[in-house]
Design a protein around this ligand. Structure first.
Ligand code: WTA
Length: 626
């Protein structure tokens, strides 16, 4: 573990000078069935990337078996149910190992084998993590689909990967609501032909429809024992597929490999969070997203950590649930998304103060740029100015965290993700694709592969090449913009595909939002471009304010002034709509595509809004628009 700034600098230097020996040393700390013959083989032009070539392993031996000798009775997964009156579950490493092996045997008994794609559409219960690990145990490729997705979205993902098995549940609890997952799965399967068996976990005890391919999990698991040797996997065999949306077209099934993914997620978990053996680490993401894959399941378990799985939502039964759970389980590490922080920030701090948060040591942020207001609120009210905040920049495609501070080890800077991890050669490019030296602003790109970079898009290597490696040959192009200060700290400014050209000027919508967000009354905002007769494009700002009854004319004027002051008069939005919410994906990302269409008056052509977290706000915006 990197323990000091000088150790960090040393590691970063080593990783640049000799990446192969750097990663060899780290990879050697894991349990391999047989060693690799070549550390790295890559060519960004094809693109082909291979790590630990020829090495054999099974990631579950590293996440489970190897901890049995040293800490069999340590809690591996701490499950906090949706309903606070339902008892929490403490699953030890020994028990988790046994349950994963038994579940793996259940999958095999139902026809699953190495290389098969298994779709997992489950609520946040321990069996979800167990299912993921059981697939890895037998070398089946898991494709987890977030349990908030619609039947159409689920079917598209099942079909894209030709999954032969579906693991689901009768339903799931989310706050006061119950989601009928089995009903949704049934609807999805009507348009899927490859699924041969469907195993249903019982969670809500809700009456469900039953089809010939359906089996109850609790009945199937009884038929098998818990002895299941780990399948021997090649380092480059796919471990999982996870879908992420592109700026256009259908979702991209990012493919991650066994060896490199394991090494990088474990390495980053340990160093970023500075996890110590008695810590209780809680990442509030859902396993349906990459954050859950890498930093609830694989990274923490590979380090023998105690990882919390939370089934519920931050607002149930009240807006203090996060803080209540922190106090209850003496959470030491709390890793969440800015969108959650901003939502909670709207509520009185008395809701936090009534809970003892003194166990907290490290806070984390992930998924979007964290604005200054949210950062300072998080620091003051949750961390009590006593916990480092790691602002971790990464993507589904990168597998693990690329740019971040290391908690308490490297300096933090509010709203900056700060420095690349050792081994990550992050650069800034100008529009011509030339590297910018020193302080500056540009397009973020990565010059050299790291072990957990996605290897391809399932079934579409050409798209993988086009999206990530073609715009700037020789680099991995993540699609984000960034600025860098004199110390080399990176601040992610947002997607570069959301640039709007106004009167011939390139304007990033993210910096304008940052400016608007500086207004004391503003909670969140989104700026999009819409066609304009004279300027080509103009800007429309959707703004959520703390108090919806505010004088709208005044706040509009003040927002324009704020933008003019921070960026320049050119960036002043033509239209400002004060709204109560923004259309968001289930992971909390603003659906700009929809906002752009609404701003353009292209109301009837919004596409599928069924996967939105809050489809009702679309109507509200429509009404304001008309
Ligand atoms: C954004 C989530 C700023 C970014 C792990 C990236 C961030 C996209 C940060 C990937 C951060 C993620 N600061 N922006 N700390 N973390 N992003 O695939 O635009 O769901 O490209 O992965 O989220 O989202 P994804």
């Amino acid at each position: 573990m990197i323990n000091s700034l000088s150790e960090f600098k040393h590691a970063a230097k080593q990783a640049i000078e000799n990446p192969e020996s750097f990663w060899n040393d780290i990879a050697n700390e894991f349990q391999w069935i047989s060693p690799w013959k070549q550390t790295l083989a890559f060519d960004f032009s094809t693109p082909e990337i291979k790590w630990f070539v020829g090495g054999k392993l099974n990631i579950t031996e590293n996440c489970l078996d190897r901890h049995l000798a040293t800490q069999p009775n340590k809690t591996a997964i701490l499950f906090e149910p949706n309903d606070p009156t339902e008892e929490a579950q403490h699953i030890t490493y020994k028990e988790l190992h046994s349950r994963v092996c038994q579940t793996a045997n259940m999958l095999k008994a139902n026809g699953a084998k190495k290389g098969d794609r298994i779709c997992i559409y489950m609520p946040m219960v321990p069996e979800l993590a167990i299912a993921v690990l059981a697939c890895a145990r037998i070398g089946a490729i898991h494709s987890v689909v977030f349990a908030g997705f619609s039947a159409t979205a689920l079917a598209a993902r099942i079909n894209d990967a030709s999954c032969t098995m579906l693991l689901t549940a009768d339903g799931g609890f989310r706050g006061a609501k119950t989601i009928g997952l089995k009903d949704i799965a049934d609807e999805a399967l009507q348009s899927c032909t490859t699924v041969e068996s469907c195993i249903v976990f019982q969670r809500t005890n809700k009456q469900v429809n039953w089809n010939p391919i359906d089996r109850w999990w609790h009945e199937e698991i009884e038929k098998v024992d818990d002895h299941c040797p780990a399948e021997v996997m090649d380092s480059e065999d796919p471990l999982f597929i996870l879908y992420t949306s592109g700026s256009t077209g259908k979702p991209k099934g990012m493919v991650h490999s066994c060896g490199g993914y394991m090494v990088y997620t474990a390495y980053t978990f340990q160093n970023v969070f500075q996890y110590q053996s008695n810590d209780v680490y809680w990442c509030t993401a859902d396993i349906g997203w990459i954050t859950g894959h890498s930093y609830i399941v694989y990274g923490p378990l590979a380090n023998g950590a105690t990882t919390v799985m939370f089934e519920g939502v931050p607002s149930y039964p009240d807006f203090d649930r996060f803080w209540e759970v922190c106090a209850k389980h003496k959470i030491t590490h709390f890793y969440t998304a800015p969108t959650a922080i901003r939502a909670l920030q709207k509520h009185p701090t008395a809701l936090i103060d009534k809970h003892d948060l003194s166990s907290l040591k490290v806070l984390g942020s992930v998924g979007e740029p964290i604005n200054a207001e949210a950062w300072h609120w998080y620091d003051a009210h949750v961390g009590k100015h006593n916990c480092p905040i790691v602002d971790t920049w990464w993507q589904t495609e990168t597998g693990g965290i690329l740019i971040t501070s290391l908690a308490g080890v490297t300096p933090q800077k509010p709203t900056f993700a700060t420095l690349p991890m050792p081994g990550i050669q992050a650069v800034l490019l100008n529009n011509e694709g030339d590297e910018i030296e020193g302080e500056g602003e540009g397009i973020l790109a990565i010059k050299h592969p790291w072990p957990s970079i996605a290897r391809t898009i399932w079934g579409d290597h050409e798209r993988y090449k086009n999206v990530y490696f073609s715009a700037y040959p020789g680099y991995y192009f993540p699609g984000d913009g960034a600025l860098r200060d004199a110390e080399g700290n990176f601040r992610i400014t947002g997607r570069v595909d959301d640039v709007v050209i106004v009167s011939g000027h390139n304007l990033g919508t993210a910096p304008i939002e940052n400016a608007i967000n500086q207004h004391a009354e503003v909670v969140e905002s989104a700026v999009v471009g819409f066609p304009h007769d004279i300027k080509g494009n103009a800007l429309c700002a959707y703004v959520i304010v703390k108090d919806i009854s505010i004088d709208k004319t005044l706040i509009e004027k003040e927002i324009r002034e704020e933008v003019a002051k921070t960026i320049g008069p050119i960036a002043k939005p033509d239209r400002i709509l004060v709204v109560s919410g923004l259309p968001k994906t289930r992971s909390g990302k603003i659906m700009r595509r929809i906002l752009r269409k609404l701003a353009a008056g292209d109301d009837n052509n919004l596409g599928d809004i069924s996967t939105l977290l809050n489809p009702e706000v679309v109507d509200e915006i429509r009404r304001q628009n008309s």
